[in-house]
Ligand binder design. Structure first.
Ligand code: C2O
Ligand code: CU
Length: 494
């Protein structure tokens, strides 16, 4: 009876067009023992029937895991599926064997229990499966969740941090459905937007300074986020930590895998509504989500189909502004933390990493895409790097589309994008960088605390269709003192 009723409600919502659904806020999971159950589920996204999903402790997406820097945490991932999976702690600085790369497979109906020490700075991270060839499928069906790391520095700053009250997770995803209302993986017809799994969401927010933790959890799509009316907002964190100071913005481009924490001041807007948009009409050519260039590869998985979202401005969320809470902060801090970028003169190696395609001609949009001329192989270590080294990686994109490049296990800083210094919003700690078409970016990173002499770390394009297709490589860290590699249970206690 209840089921029939909710179907009816959804039918009404679906056909009336401008109705709104309350934004789903994933529950919090915290403590020293974190249990994640990867399970099949179903959700009613469309009129007429449910969609088969994969959720974590639920039907779609997973809980927001809150970790505190310095803690040792027992994570247990129960694979309740009839198929293999893995669980990657995207952005966390953990030894490769404790991270769910394609090498750490969790067989169907088994448990994987890595014990990690939280070394990361306060920021917004996430977790998702990473089984080679299956990542896009499992993430598309809903297997992903947010991780919030807290630390003492961030805690002393005057920032909103009441989860679901003035500090909100915003997971942006786009999906394609078939005529039976099931997800289509890697479809270029991904024009249904899900925010935290909610279609056409509305969120009640207090009339004060609020915080958004935005994750682009889409397979391929890039968003150009901003508010209606060019309402100013402030970016306070990038992928792996706070920025030196808040950066005032009206637009922020976010590629798959990237996160940003934003503050927006809604005081004075009580009883009004404000829409958060993606301004796709302003995206440069060659980006998944930009307008369709005249003659290029219609129907390809790289976004140059006639997808109705491409090149368009569209609403992500409607904010409905209510009375302020009693704990409102009254000003945006002028300084946050001081990031220490590695010194380029200390760098021992510059690695050239090329992104190319074996498709016809350099400009080919449909791939397959390669890294250093090769497709990923589980059995090939692409290079070794020395523990403690400072390295510069130059990522050269020789293709006609932008690729979001991600490295496991560390945070890097961007030295330049196409020869120009990154804007202030990209000067902080990062683990994904969007490499523009036919341009290079240079990254600088320090390989400290890497304690895994046997299991490689991955680097790859975070467009999941490209990653599954082989746009991925792996490196091993050498020079780890003997003895440390046996400390599997708590390898980071030194
Ligand atoms: Cu979020 Cu290797 O991925
Ligand atoms: Cu790519």
């Amino acid at each position: 009876m209840k089921h029939a009723f909710s179907t009816l409600v959804l039918v009404v919502i679906f056909f009336s067009g401008n109705c709104q659904n309350p934004l789903f806020i994933p529950p919090i999971l915290e403590g020293k023992q974190v249990n994640l159950h990867v399970q099949y589920g179903s959700m009613q996204f469309q009129a007429g029937g449910p969609t088969a999903t994969i959720g974590i402790n639920g039907n779609f997406l997973g809980p927001t895991v809150i970790l505190n820097q310095g803690d040792s945490i027992q994570l247990s991932v129960y694979n309740d599926l009839d198929e293999s999976t893995t669980m990657h702690w995207h952005g966390l600085h953990v030894p490769a064997r404790l991270d769910g790369s394609p090498h750490n497979v969790i067989q169907a109906h088994t448990v994987w229990s890595p014990r990690i020490k939280v070394l990361d700075q306060a920021s917004t991270y996430w977790y998702h499966p990473h089984l080679h060839g299956k990542t896009a499928e499992q993430v598309t069906k809903g297997a992903a969740g947010m991780i919030i790391v807290r630390d003492n520095q961030e805690s002393t700053l005057n920032l909103p941090r009441n989860y679901g009250i003035d500090d909100f997770p915003i997971v942006i995803q786009s999906r394609a459905f078939d005529t039976n209302r099931q997800f289509v993986v890697n479809s270029a017809d991904d024009h249904t937007l899900l925010i935290n799994g909610t279609i056409d969401p509305i969120l009640k927010v207090p009339a004060q300074i609020i915080r958004f933790r935005v994750l682009n959890g889409s397979t391929n799509r890039v968003y150009n986020i901003g508010f209606q009316g060019n309402q100013l907002f402030y970016q306070i964190a990038s992928d792996g930590g706070l920025l030196d100071a808040p950066v005032a913005l009206t637009r922020l481009m976010l590629a798959p895998g990237e996160r940003a924490e934003l503050l927006v001041n809604l005081s004075g807007l009580k009883d009004q509504s404000l829409d958060l948009f993606s301004f796709g009409s302003e995206l440069p050519n060659g980006i998944y989500g930009a307008a369709v260039p005249g003659s290029m590869g219609v129907g390809s998985i790289d976004g140059y189909s006639a997808n109705i979202l491409n090149g368009k401005d569209f609403k992500l969320i409607r904010l409905s502004v209510t009375a302020p809470t009693t704990q409102a902060i009254s000003t945006i801090p002028s300084n946050l933390i001081s990031n220490k970028k590695p010194d380029p003169s200390k760098s021992s190696v510059t690695r050239i990493i090329t992104l190319s395609t074996s498709g016809m001609g350099m400009g080919n949009l449909s791939g397959p895409f390669l890294i250093n001329g090769q497709s990923f192989s589980m059995d090939r270590i692409d290079f070794s790097a020395k523990l403690g080294a400072t390295e510069i990686w130059q990522i050269s994109n020789q293709t006609a589309i932008a690729h979001p490049f991600h490295i496991h296990g560390l945070q890097f800083f961007i030295s330049d994008i196409g020869g120009a210094a990154p804007d202030r919003s990209r000067q902080g700690r990062k683990d994904v960088v969007l490499v523009p078409a036919m341009q290079s970016v240079r990254l600088i990173m320090k390989l400290d605390d890497f304690l895994d002499p046997e299991i490689p770390y991955m680097f790859h394009c975070h467009m999941l269709s490209h990653e599954d297709d082989g746009m991925m490589g792996q490196f091993l860290v050498t020079g780890i003192p003997t003895g440390l590699n046996t400390l599997i249970d708590d390898p980071l206690i030194r």
